[in-house]
Design a protein around this ligand. Structure first.
Ligand code: NAD
Ligand code: TYD
Length: 337
């Protein structure tokens, strides 16, 4: 029986990963360590919280003694580190917590993995560590790191630490660098669920700048199957880019959402741009496709339809996560912009 510590699995991608593992792999026990920040929500694990192969622990990845206790108590063999502060806009208004969780938290997990001689440490990184592209080209695993936001700088720092633990102490690691995810249970601070939520409520859709920034969208389930392949099939010390070959401008994505929901384009409002806004991300995924036979299961059009359907069918979830703190966040970020 594989026994993995999955951190941050009450968040968007981590909860999708845990649901996939528990549904598709009987031979894997998951301990889910999550601090339940504003982005973490046990509702994301509805139906799976009490699964016999799942144990939830509320706690901070910066808490070394807790991490070591979990590893001992559950005979953990590997860590998959999803836990992070993840929103670029929040990293611009308050970068400190990004360093605490993304850098110090990753360091704490690495120290525990080294002390307990774990078999594998999988770090969820991001394509944003590579910086921004011009109109041509794609990020490969060889692209030099050139992060532009406090978020991506903190993720790049964590990548360097992971590699340093391998180089210095022989820790067995992998790093995945995925492009923008979309899908079920994504918190509506990120572009796609924010636009769906606003459109459903006939509110303006705040498009930053000219709306021509490009992101390469991956359906969250496909990202999760890629992570599973890396955890179970990859050689240690390998980095894998993960992308869906779905480059779209933000205006194209917003247009699709409005069309699908039958709402008018007049809801689009161009607002002041994000400072330092990366223009274009695009991923070359050929390494994971060739070495691990990974393939995305859906096209962008299929994935976005499934996603919109899910938000339509889960409006209570949306109402829960957009009450309270979210309203204050939204006003501070968007009012008068
Ligand atoms: P998310 O913000 O939805 O969830 C993050 C989770 O981490 C939350 O459940 C939160 O409670 C938890 N957390 C935060 N600080 C913690 C701490 N100190 N200790 C324990 N738990 C803590 O994030 P996501 O979108 O699911 O992203 C997961 C990972 O994937 C991140 O490492 C992110 O950098 C990476 N990533 C995300 C994307 C994307 O498009 N969302 C793309 C590429 C990579
Ligand atoms: P986001 O979902 O925050 O992901 P990231 O910045 O990590 O790529 O943003 C995706 C794109 O959408 C990015 O170019 C910024 C843009 N955006 C908007 O235009 N309006 C918004 O309200 C948000 C949240 C993002």
């Amino acid at each position: 029986m594989r026994k993995i510590l999955v951190t941050g699995a009450a968040g968007f991608i981590g909860s999708n990963f845990v649901r996939m593992v528990l549904s598709e792999h009987d031979d894997c026990f998951v301990v889910n360590l999550d601090k339940l920040t504003y982005a973490g929500n046990l509702g994301n694990l509805a139906g799976f919280l009490d699964h016999h192969n799942h144990k939830f622990v509320k706690g901070d990845i910066c808490d070394g003694p807790l991490v070591e206790k979990i590893i001992d108590e559950h005979k953990i063999d590997s860590v998959v580190n999803f836990a992070a502060e993840t929103h670029v806009d929040r990293s611009i208004t308050g970068p400190k917590v990004f360093i605490e969780t993304n850098v110090t938290g990753t360091l704490t997990l690495l120290e525990a993995a080294r002390a307990k001689k774990l078999q594998r440490f999988v770090q969820l990184s991001t394509d944003e560590v590579y910086g921004s592209l011009g109109v041509e080209g794609k990020f490969t695993e060889q692209t030099p790191l050139s992060p532009n936001s406090p978020y991506s700088a903190s993720k790049a720092a964590a990548d360097h630490l992971v590699k340093a633990f391998g180089h210095t102490w022989g820790l067995k690691w992998n790093i995945t660098r995925c492009s923008n995810n979309y899908g079920e249970y994504q918190f509506p601070e990120k572009m796609i669920p924010l636009m769906i939520n606003n459109a459903l409520n006939d509110k303006e859709l705040p498009v930053y700048g000219d709306g021509l920034n490009v992101r390469d969208w991956v359906y969250v389930y496909d990202h999760c199957t890629a992570i599973w392949k890396v955890l179970t099939e990859a050689e240690a010390g390998e980095i894998y880019n993960i992308g869906g070959c779905n480059e779209k401008t933000n205006l194209e994505v917003v247009g699709l959402i409005l069309e699908r929901l039958g709402k008018p384009k007049s809801l689009i409002k161009h607002v002041t741009d994000r400072p330092g806004h990366d223009r274009r991300y695009a991923i070359d995924s050929s390494k994971i496709v060739e070495q691990l036979s990974w393939q995305p299961s859906v096209t962008f059009e299929e994935g976005i339809n499934k996603t919109i359907d899910w938000y339509l069918q889960n409006q209570e979830w949306l109402r829960n996560v957009t009450s309270g703190e979210y309203k204050k966040y939204y006003d501070s970020m968007y009012s008068g912009r």
